[in-house]
Design a protein around this ligand. Sequence first.
Ligand SMILES: Cc1ncc(COP(=O)(O)O)c(C=O)c1O
Length: 384
Amino acid sequence: MKRSPRLDTVTFPPITEVKSWLTGREFPADKPLVDLCQAIPDYAPHPDLIAHVQQHMTAPTCAVYSPDEGLPEVRDSVSRWYQRRYGHGPNPAQICLTIGASQAFWLSMLLLCQAGDEVIIQLPAYFDHPMGMEALGIVPRYVAFDADVEAFETAINERTRAILMVTPSNPTGAILTPEKIDALYALAQRHDIALVLDETYHAFVPSSQAPHQLFSRDDWPENLIHFASFGKTFALTGYRAGCLVADEGLIRQALKVQDSMVVCQPRVTQYAVAYGCDHLDDWVAENNRMMQQRHDLFCQLFSEQNAFELCASGAFFAWVRHPWPQLSGRQAARRLVEEAHVSCLPGEVFGPGLEGYLRLAFGNVRLEQIPMAVDRFKQLDSRS
Ligand SMILES: Cc1ncc(COP(=O)(O)O)c(C=O)c1O
């Protein structure tokens, strides 16, 4: 049958691709696979959250739709949680609960763009963003994550609808400072476009301070769209728990897409999110500290080998240059599977010109296993 050619040029999901290299492979017990491929908290959700969800599941209402934007009491909990985390935050009418941060991203693109429009995204980029944009006919225009504001301004033209930034970054872990975020917001305001912030990993910023001060401004709804993932914050990635934060009028507009796309975030997920927001601040802070320890140990040990260059690191991720200039990132990642029994993502899935890099999601690896994981790179080091 006739089909849209649009998807022919969209990248295949890279994690699915890397996992397919492992299908049917068995790794010996003395050298098991070290999975540095996907960023998933490796710990279970808090047991009290699970008990809370189980209690709700017996009620008949749990099995039916909620309002498209989510239950009012859940959005109240999310709003209060933002007030604590950011010092200020959206009111419940400025929040729409979504199927992960992923769906919030789609809502934001559909709110802002038509096919042919452009969105400025950072390089390296989180691969799902260009994939989604290209599927919608939106043109991603890359600017280096750490470029100055002038470089972002130079990339703006009459088709530009938004500057989309991921902080902390996937794949590098790098963080935008509150000052840089203010400057990008001012730039978006000057050009009457949106600053879209994907703050999926904000619970893993190495400080209890607010990631930025934009929510303290009365005018933030004019040019800011934000989204985040409770999947990462509360270790619920499979529950598909995210939220979109935007001007109330935009949220109403987004409901036209929400209703036709998913109707609502599942109620079970909403009960889990509300419980997490109301009760788990200390647990989230404790996990943040644990992830910091993993980060610090990984970076310390990794810098003891000198074949792979550690270029950047932060929440969950290290961004490294591999030592084989003749190999693409894909070839290097396959070599790591074959020789080191390590899976990771090739640099080029994060944007053009990044074949020399790999993303290592060390956040999946428990502290006691990090020396063994880094040893795999050291062993390769001596053979290359
Ligand atoms: C930067 C970034 N944004 C969005 C997502 C999607 O999050 P969710 O699982 O909540 O859809 C991810 C998932 O890894 C991510 O890394």
